[in-house]
Design a binder for this molecule. Structure first.
Ligand code: GDP
Ligand code: MG
Length: 179
């Protein structure tokens, strides 16, 4: 007789970057569709999921947002679990914080050490584009960096995806990430 097999594909995306760049807010925006009222510093790994339909297939997209910072480190086993079975990596910096941009090579290197180099889809996200008056990392320098690491660049805002600023923002697209 007819046996229906239900399958949910799981797509794990890890969201990486310095503390405070907006990783939790971006993953919240992606899963809940809005900006969180308030966020607390993530303890351990914050997994969120959302069902999306791509090519008539339901796919569970899991975002894993961690407390990894330049100084803090998970215990080794936690790190290994975090980097396991990853389908894509999102590197995040804060456009109003140059130091978060300068940390990117270290994050990219850390991913490479866990076998997440150019063979997995990776994107670069410049967050907080709504704060146009405080921008420290311009689009041109970010684009150059993205090109040199073979990544597409998306400038956006978890808070106000439609903020236009000087027009360099990718506004309106942060609710729906396309690989
Ligand atoms: P995380 O440490 O990378 O997870 O950063 P959080 O998501 O906790 O955000 C850190 C702070 O930045 C919080 O106060 C957020 O409200 C704020 N924040 C996050 N995204 C944005 C954004 O797009 N625009 C603005 N203006 N603030 C943001
Ligand atoms: Mg967080």
């Amino acid at each position: 007789h007819d046996v229906k097999v239900m399958m949910t594909r799981i797509f794990k995306i890890i969201v990486i970057g310095d503390s405070g760049v907006g990783k939790t807010c971006l993953t919240y925006r992606f899963s809940a569709g809005r900006f969180p009222e308030k966020t607390e510093a993530t303890i351990g790994v914050d997994f969120r999921e959302r069902l999306v339909e791509i090519d008539c297939e339901k796919i569970k997209v899991c975002t894993a947002d961690s407390l990894l910072t330049g100084q803090e480190r998970f215990r080794k086993s936690m790190v290994q679990h975090y980097y396991r079975n990853v389908h894509a990596v999102v590197f995040v910096y804060d456009v109003t914080n140059a130091s978060s941009f300068r940390s990117l090579p270290a994050w990219i290197e850390e991913c490479k050490q866990h076998a997440l180099g150019t063979e997995v889809p990776r994107i670069l996200v410049g967050n907080k584009c709504d704060l146009q008056d405080s921008v420290q990392v311009g689009t041109d320098v970010a684009q150059q960096f993205a090109d040199s690491h073979s990544m597409p660049l998306f400038e956006t805002s978890a808070k106000n995806p439609n903020s236009q600023g000087d027009g360099s923002c990718d506004g309106g697209n942060s609710d729906h990430v396309e690989a």
